[in-house]
Design a protein around this ligand. Structure first.
Ligand SMILES: NC(=O)c1ccc[n+]([C@@H]2O[C@H](COP(=O)([O-])OP(=O)(O)OC[C@H]3O[C@@H](n4cnc5c(N)ncnc54)[C@H](OP(=O)(O)O)[C@@H]3O)[C@@H](O)[C@H]2O)c1
Length: 323
């Protein structure tokens, strides 16, 4: 188990990332989801994750333009008290056309978005409510904190955080009494030491998105793999570094090859080794691998049994990746 920073909320050390199970949606005519999904399989994956001790579920209102939250509602029915739910706000979307249409971080929008997420999730409170706009202006922080504290006072959320890769924004947000976490990009191929420092300074959890480098660290994608065009990885927008033109980026495949043996030592699969690396980097980390099948729930949940890599393995990996 791990703790969500100063909130004291306890979660499983591995969480469940629910972006992919939202199914297709688009942004500017391009795919923003991970292709078609089978909701029955998604629900079965959530149930298998619960069986294996995963109690932390990360979603966003915009994933599948509400569909991810609705699938979680179905999967978690009757088990709300066993789990910790994190969702996100800040995007505006059209559920009819399943398109992301813009952003809005005004107080009015946040209040409306919170009630809409509660409705879709079928719950009376959100445990961790996260700002989804990573580069939202710093000068809006005080207003954001005031609105989020109001939601805490009303019992609608328990804690909040920011999904951003900027430590300066995290430090500013940490002024909020109930700010408990940052969600940021973090995996064995992409270290984030300054984020761990800011988490230590402000007693925040480090919730890790992309812990498997969007699937690359499972080892199933090689140089000849081509992701489908209805998958965000297949279209490879400019911000995506792990996949380029729908194929795994060669420099990341080379790094993966360099550390493969260490990650798979001790009976771990590659994915379990990658998650074990994150668990070892700090006691504040909570990796949230995206899970879309029962098999992936089993493999990623299995990382809980293996636990963190050891200090020597961490040092060897740093050396091999020359950092
Ligand atoms: N801005 C934000 O706030 C933001 C951005 C990104 C992610 N997130 C959150 O972080 C979560 C995780 O990040 P991510 O989904 O981008 O990347 P990830 O966790 O690194 O990769 C997830 C993908 O890898 C594949 N996979 C997972 N486990 C596997 C296994 N054991 N074996 C083989 N393949 C496996 C699955 O896709 P395939 O089977 O299709 O390969 C899965 O969708 C998201 O679900 C979301 O909750 C938030």
């Amino acid at each position: 188990m791990r703790v969500l920073g100063r909130s004291g909320i306890r979660v499983s050390a591995i969480g469940f990332g629910a972006w992919a199970i939202g199914g297709p949606f688009t942004k500017g005519g391009k795919p923003a989801g991970w292709g078609e999904v089978d909701d029955d399989e998604s629900v079965a994956a959530v149930h298998r994750a619960l069986d294996l001790g995963i109690t932390f579920f990360d979603t966003a209102d915009v994933y599948g333009t509400g569909h991810s939250e609705q699938v979680l509602r179905r999967a978690l029915a009757g088990r709300r008290d066993e789990v910790v739910i994190a969702t996100k706000f800040g995007n505006v979307f059209d559920t009819q056309t399943r398109t992301l249409t813009g952003t809005d971080i005004s107080s009015d929008h946040i209040r409306r978005a919170c009630r809409a997420s509660l409705e879709r999730l079928g719950t009376d409170h959100i445990d961790l409510y996260q700002l989804h706009i990573g580069d939202a202006p710093l000068e809006r922080v005080d207003d954001l904190i005031a609105t989020l504290e109001e939601l805490v006072d009303g019992g609608l959320i328990r804690a909040y955080g920011w999904s951003t890769d900027d430590p300066e924004r995290v430090a500013a947000f940490a002024k909020g009494p109930h700010c408990a976490a940052v969600q940021h990009e973090f995996n064995v191929l992409r270290d984030a030491p300054s984020m761990l420092t800011v988490c230590d300074t402000h007693d925040l959890a480090s919730v890790n998105r992309g812990p498997l480098a969007m699937g690359l660290l499972s080892g199933k994608y090689g140089k000849d793999s081509r992701l489908p065009m209805n998958d965000v990885r297949g279209d490879s927008p400019a911000w995506m570094t792990y996949f380029r033109d729908g194929r795994p980026a060669p420099e990341f495949l080379a790094k993966l090859d360099a550390v493969r043996d260490i990650l798979t030592s001790g009976g771990r699969t590659l994915a379990q080794g990658a998650l074990g690396w994150l668990l070892a980097r700090s006691e504040r980390t909570v990796p949230i691998p995206g899970i879309r099948t029962v098999g992936q729930a089993e493999e990623n949940g299995g990382a809980l049994q293996h636990g963190p890599l050891n200090a020597e393995q961490l040092a060897q990996i740093d050396e091999l990746l020359t950092r």
